[in-house]
Design a protein around this ligand. Structure first.
Ligand SMILES: [Zn+2]
Ligand SMILES: [Zn+2]
Length: 172
């Protein structure tokens, strides 16, 4: 297993733990050779502020992150820069099994790949729909034209309107 700057080994942490307030380089987030979780289409470095502290046998990792990624608008399908932020909290224990669901059991000496933890958090956040802008008009349901670029000239077709379908269902 390759080592890199984002690997944490619980056995080697000082008693007071460790804290971060730094930029995780976009190049590291994009680098498929780092970590095991799918690399991110990051456009910017990630701001990461967090800490890991020990409480008894449990190591608690908490923090906040923010990054901008390239993704596709759910309405008009155009690529755009999506800025997202989140907070995380994870509990680790060096053991064969975790005693409860909000803890992760790690084999000795307790390796955590921070780049993977951060990527997982971003991919979880990615599941929400994202639009290039709040008033994105999307694509014409008839001809597929991007309605943000102007009217495509198709006649308005009430049948294609999502509420028209709902109305039909209610009447039917
Ligand atoms: Zn859009
Ligand atoms: Zn059209």
């Amino acid at each position: 297993v390759a080592t890199h700057a984002w690997r944490i080994v619980l056995r080697d942490l000082p008693e007071e733990g460790k804290s971060w307030d730094l930029a995780v380089p976009a190049a590291d987030l994009q680098d498929a050779a780092l970590g095991a979780v799918d690399a991110l289409p990051a456009c910017t470095d990630m701001h990461w502020q967090g800490e890991i502290r020990r409480r008894g046998d449990v190591w608690r990792l908490v923090g906040r992150w923010r990054v901008t990624l390239r993704r596709q608008c759910d309405r008009c399908l155009a690529p755009f820069d999506w800025t997202v932020e989140g907070s995380l909290e994870r509990n680790y224990r060096i053991a064969e099994h975790a005693p409860d669901d909000d803890e992760e059991a790690l084999a000795f000496p307790g390796r955590i790949d921070l780049i993977d933890v951060l990527r997982e958090e971003v991919w979880l956040a990615w599941r929400v729909r994202a639009v290039c802008r709040e008033d994105c008009k999307g694509l014409c349901p008839c001809c597929g034209a991007d309605l943000n670029r102007g009217d495509c000239g198709c006649a308005p077709q009430d049948e294609d309107h999502p509420f028209a379908v709902l109305r039909k269902l209610k009447l039917g």
